[in-house]
Design a protein around this ligand. Structure first.
Ligand SMILES: Nc1ncnc2c1ncn2[C@@H]1O[C@H](COP(=O)(O)OP(=O)(O)OP(=O)(O)O)[C@@H](O)[C@H]1O
Length: 272
């Protein structure tokens, strides 16, 4: 059984290195990541999932922020089981998928404070992704990774076909996102870039271009594409609505920030 899964996963790695989807799966894989923590990755994940669901796409969110899971808080659910019940062999995949109150959005929750043994093979996480794709039920699987570049994050990124990096314009966040770009440029063909806490598209585009130029100067792979897909300004409403465990775009669909998030999703859909 495990051998079969390993060979399936190897196949997936070959496929993903060519930047293609898993054959026979209608599910597109979108991985949302960030170099630095706290830049808005989970906020984007929840809001992007909601916008996609309103387009009648069936979305599964996988909270892959190992040890700091918070998607169940944003979706205001208390899941009985988490991805670790599946990984530990106690539950099957369908048993750990929970419906949210939002039509077309399901969640596989993580577990806050969970300490996954550092001796464990992080390969198990890509196997989970592979198993979800093989279900062939969802239109889009959104994987919300943790911040930084630990082994788990790297493993999720390794099997990812579409990677969206969220950053702010803080120098420390940009330094971290450039480290991510450097790492991805070795094996991937590109990433999409989105700026949070950023007033205008002009700022986002200018910084994206600077990152592209820095990559050229440092001789990163020539054909590695950095694709700017949007900027979202700071809004007190985003953090206050999150505190009430509600999704911003559902509560304020016509707000200027919701329009910006919709633009991000439109650009995203053109790229995946
Ligand atoms: N555009 C925004 N305007 C105002 N507040 C925001 C905005 N984006 C996110 N926030 C707030 O910033 C905080 C951090 O956001 P979030 O949890 O989404 O970040 P994260 O990158 O997922 O963090 P972590 O690294 O801990 O997973 C939250 O309180 C969130 O409500």
């Amino acid at each position: 059984m495990l051998d079969a899964k390993l060979s399936q996963a190897k196949k997936l790695f070959n496929i993903t290195s060519q930047n293609e989807q898993l054959p026979n799966s209608k599910t597109k894989l979108l991985t949302i990541t960030s170099g630095k923590g706290g830049v808005g990755k989970s906020t984007f994940t929840a809001n992007i999932a909601h916008i996609l669901s309103k387009k009648n796409l069936k979305v599964l969110v996988l909270d892959a922020d190992i040890g700091l899971a918070n998607m169940q808080v944003l979706f205001d659910i208390r899941p009985q089981y988490t991805l670790f019940d599946y990984i530990n062999g106690q539950k099957n995949l369908k048993e750990i998928i929970v419906d949210t109150r939002y039509k077309n959005i399901s969640l596989i929750a993580g577990k806050s404070g969970y300490q996954y043994s550092s001796n464990s093979n992080s390969f198990i996480f890509s196997r989970l992704v592979l198993d979800i794709l093989a279900l062939n039920i969802y239109d889009i699987l959104i994987v919300d990774t943790g911040a930084g570049l630990n082994d788990y994050v790297k493993e999720f990124l390794r099997v990812s076909t579409n990677i969206l990096a969220i950053t702010s314009t803080d120098p420390s966040a940009l330094t971290d996102v450039y480290s991510l770009i450097k790492m991805l440029s070795i094996e991937k063909n590109g990433l999409m870039l989105c700026f949070n806490h950023t007033k205008s598209d002009n700022i986002g585009i200018a910084i994206s271009n600077s990152l592209i130029n820095l990559g050229k100067k440092n001789r990163l792979k020539d054909d590695f594409m950095i694709k700017y897909i949007g900027s979202v300004p700071s809004s007190e409403k985003i953090s206050s609505i999150a505190r009430t465990r509600k999704i911003f775009v559902n509560e304020f669909p016509f707000d200027e920030v919701a329009v910006k998030l919709n633009n991000v999703v439109d650009n995203l859909l053109k790229s995946i």
